[in-house]
Every structure is written in structure tokens, then in C-alpha cells.
Design a protein around this ligand. Structure first.
Ligand SMILES: Cc1cc2nc3c(=O)[nH]c(=O)nc-3n(C[C@H](O)[C@H](O)[C@H](O)COP(=O)(O)OP(=O)(O)OC[C@H]3O[C@@H](n4cnc5c(N)ncnc54)[C@H](O)[C@@H]3O)c2cc1C
Length: 407
């Protein structure tokens, strides 16, 4: 396959921070060709999304990342327009660090709390909604997002176009360039998760004879990820007073505390109507021991039409609830959780483990494939900062590689 210069369309897989940021930055840099965005979730956000409910309009729970931190100068270029547009705002919560069993340091951040802290306005999904708004402001045709759509496989046609297929063999879309903002289609975990016989990108690449792409895919296949089992609690207004009065809104657990409690973080999210959402993030070790329990309301359970496994799910919910109660015992009593409706959310690949994909492999011009996301090595690796930076970097590289910014 020969590199194709001038003009082109781009299919971005994944509407998390990196996918949305890539679309926004391409438009801001003048690319006006077609961009399609493909996302299996119900809306944008990915691991920085907000759980909402049509039946309960006040409900907004940040069940993945509760904030983002920018640790180096210059900040990602998209940060300033996101702030100016009111999509994100400085984080004004109170942070604490739990050391060992019970030593609490109020005001002390951990690695995820260093630098300048920001939060999505109205929920963390404000970040991705803002990025899509920035993308829509640029010149060119509207970006077409396709939600609730799983890309099952890909290939390159005889004319050199990337084709995206669904699980029934139906053609979903075509584009000249492919951007993968998630490792899923290139990682063996997709086979474990969906019972697929082969890794989709590896199958596509086998016909392309592009050594750089092969190298990138082998590297991605070897990236390990930490998991999280997150307990979501919605505490009714009458019981929420204790939670809302806590002297912190985000507690991080150091290594000894994680071992002791099986928790990595507790995020306290007061809701506008007086209720309080509480999200307890498990430690990696706890999640690894309970990887088979997805949470009956998770996207994976919905996609795989998994039968309810309430017994196991209840066990995990109970274990995490008890840990929360015990480590917050000085402030919270069991009665304050009695009427909280608990849910479980499992993140099978919550945080990639370094070193990630080297930046030299970010763009494979011969096969017209680009990679962005928090799994790219560099500043902000494994965090939203890295997702933003990698997307901006890729957008620039794509334009340099021959996409005509004047189309
Ligand atoms: C519990 C938790 C807490 C976190 N806390 C923090 C924090 O405090 N600070 C911080 O900076 N970061 C935090 N993170 C990490 C942060 O959420 C991620 O770094 C960031 O959101 C990654 O964005 P991304 O776009 O690279 O990937 P993702 O958000 O994973 O986006 C990829 C998207 O691609 C979609 N997708 C994948 N394959 C397909 C397919 N085949 N078809 C269709 N769609 C597909 C996925 O559904 C997903 O929406 C946390 C993450 C978790 C899970």
C-alpha cells in the first residue's frame, strides 16, 4: 500500500478523551475533510465519562476519572479553549491521602493529584462534550459520531480504503486514514473479552506488509493494564449530610493502605439535589481477584448480554462497602449507607502500565494508521493529560503526513 498524500477522510475509533481531542485538534489546525467517530458506549467520555439516567435527571456520577491533572508546561493546547468555553473548570475539592491503616493527611495529593487540577463542568463528560464542540467549530463538514457501535473488524479494500465492519459482517464506514484511540482492537484482551478468534488489527495488518505497523501492534499487544472494580453508591438526601460534611472529597490510598483496605480511592460527589454519590475505586489487586464480575449494569454486560450474576456481584459490593465503612469509620456510620443504592462498575483496563507505545510508532504512514490515547509513552502517560497530548501530537503528525489541510 502506497502512502496517499493530499485529501483524505479519517475514521477515529473511540470517543474518549483522545479520540475527541484528535478530532478537535484536526479541525483547529485546518483539516476540513470528513471525520467519523466510532464509539461503542452510549456517548462520549470513555474512561472519563459520567453515568447518567434518563429516569433520574439529577443523577451524574463520574464513575471513571474524577478529575484531570496537568503536570508539565506548556499545557495541552486544547486546555485553554476548554476552560474558556466553560467545559472544564479548576477542581475545587479537598484531597487527602490515607497512609497505611489509618493515618490520614488532609491536603496531601498523590501522583494523580499533582500539578494543575481540573474537572468537567456538570460531570467529567463535559471534557469530551467540550472537545466535540471545539471540533464542530472548525471549518469543514460536521463530525459524524456513531455511538453504541462496536467496530468488530477492519480491513483495507483493493482501492486502499480502510473499511470498518460490525459483528454481522455489515459495512459501517470507510475512510482513508484510521485512528485507533484505544488499544482494544489491537490487544489480545479483546479475544478474551468477546471470545473473538483473533485480534482484529493483527488480522488486518497481516495483509498489509507494513513492518512499522506490525511493530506497533506487537508493542500494543504487550501493554499490560491495571484493573479497577468501582463501587457506586447513591446516598439519599436524608443520609447524605454526613458524607457532604466530610473534610475531604477525594481520598487516595498509598500502597500500604491499598493492601489493607483493597481500595485505591474514594471520590465523594455531592449532587445538586442534596444527595451524594460516592465512588470507591478498588485497588488493582482487588480488581484482579474479581475480574470475572463485570457489574450487571456495565457496558460489557450489556454488549455480551451476560446473564445476571447477582450472587458474586453482591459479594463484591459487600466487600467494597465494608471497606469504605471501616476506613471512614471516624466520620461515617453503617446507617448512612443502609439506603444507598449500590452498583458495581468494572474497568478491565483502567490504567495502562508503562512504558506504553513509543511515540516513534504513533503514525504508520504506509498503512495510514495513527495511534493516540493514554497508552502512548510520554508526559501524562496513563492519564487524561497523556490522552490529550498524544491526540494533539497525532493530529499534527497526520497533517504533516499528507492530509491536505486546505480541503
Ligand atoms: C477508575 C478510573 C480512575 C481514573 N482516574 C484518573 C484521574 O484521576 N486522572 C487522570 O488523569 N486519569 C484518570 N484515569 C485515566 C483516564 O480516565 C484515562 O487516562 C483517559 O480517560 C483515557 O482516555 P483515552 O481516550 O485514551 O481512552 P478511553 O477513555 O479508553 O477511550 C477509548 C474509547 O474507545 C472506545 N472503543 C474501544 N474499542 C472500540 C471499538 N472496537 N468500537 C467502538 N468503540 C471502541 C471505548 O469504548 C472508549 O470509549 C482514571 C481511569 C479510571 C478507569
Amino acid at each position: 500500500m502506497r502512502p496517499r498524500s493530499v485529501q483524505g477522510s479519517i475514521a477515529v475509533i473511540g470517543a474518549g478523551v483522545a479520540g475527541c481531542a484528535c478530532a478537535a485538534q484536526l479541525r483547529r489546525q485546518g483539516f476540513s475533510g470528513p471525520i467519523s467517530l466510532w464509539e461503542v458506549g452510549r456517548g462520549p467520555g470513555g474512561r472519563a465519562s459520567t453515568r447518567r439516567s434518563r429516569a433520574d435527571e439529577e443523577l451524574a456520577i463520574d464513575h471513571g476519572a474524577p478529575l484531570l491533572n496537568i503536570t508539565a508546561d506548556p499545557a495541552p493546547a486544547l486546555l485553554e479553549p476548554l476552560l474558556a468555553g466553560g467545559w472544564i473548570a479548576p477542581w475545587s475539592g479537598l484531597m487527602a491521602l490515607l497512609e497505611g491503616e489509618s493515618k490520614l493527611h488532609i491536603g496531601r495529593p498523590d501522583m494523580l493529584g499533582q500539578g494543575d487540577l481540573y474537572v468537567g463542568v456538570g460531570g467529567m463528560d463535559g471534557l469530551c462534550r467540550g472537545l466535540l464542540d471545539l471540533a464542530a467549530q472548525g471549518e469543514g463538514s460536521a463530525i459524524s459520531p456513531h455511538y453504541r457501535t462496536l467496530i468488530r473488524s477492519l480491513d483495507v479494500s483493493d482501492t486502499g480504503t480502510w473499511r470498518l465492519w460490525d459483528g454481522t459482517g455489515g459495512l459501517l464506514g470507510q475512510a482513508d486514514w484510521l485512528v485507533l484511540s484505544s488499544t482494544l482492537l489491537a490487544h489480545p484482551r479483546s479475544c478474551l473479552l468477546f471470545d473473538w478468534p483473533a485480534v482484529p488489527m493483527a488480522e488486518a495488518a497481516a495483509k498489509l506488509a507494513d513492518l512499522q505497523l506490525d511493530h506497533a501492534l506487537t508493542t500494543i499487544a504487550g501493554i499490560r493494564a491495571e484493573a479497577r472494580s468501582n463501587l457506586l453508591l447513591i446516598v439519599p438526601e436524608d443520609d447524605a449530610l454526613l458524607w457532604r460534611a466530610l473534610p475531604f472529597t477525594l481520598v487516595n490510598f498509598d500502597a500500604a493502605a491499598q493492601q489493607c483496605w483493597g481500595l485505591r480511592r474514594i471520590s465523594i460527589q455531592p449532587l445538586a439535589d442534596g444527595r451524594c454519590a460516592v465512588v470507591a475505586h478498588s485497588s488493582d489487586a482487588f480488581a484482579a481477584d474479581h475480574l470475572d464480575v463485570y457489574g450487571s449494569r456495565s457496558a460489557v454486560a450489556r454488549l455480551l448480554a451476560l446473564p445476571p450474576d447477582s450472587g458474586r456481584e453482591e459479594e463484591v459490593i459487600e466487600a467494597l462497602s465494608q471497606a469504605v465503612l471501616q476506613c471512614l469509620a471516624p466520620w461515617i456510620d453503617a446507617a448512612s449507607l443502609e439506603r444507598a443504592s449500590p452498583q458495581l462498575m468494572r474497568w478491565g483496563a483502567a490504567f495502562p502500565v508503562a512504558p506504553g507505545l513509543p511515540q516513534a510508532l504513533m503514525l504508520c504512514p504506509r498503512s495510514r494508521v495513527g495511534f493516540c490515547g493514554d497508552y502512548l509513552a510520554g508526559q501524562g502517560f496513563g492519564r487524561i493529560e497523556g490522552a490529550l497530548r498524544s491526540a494533539e501530537h497525532l493530529a499534527g503528525a497526520l497533517l504533516q503526513a499528507g492530509l491536505d489541510s486546505r480541503t
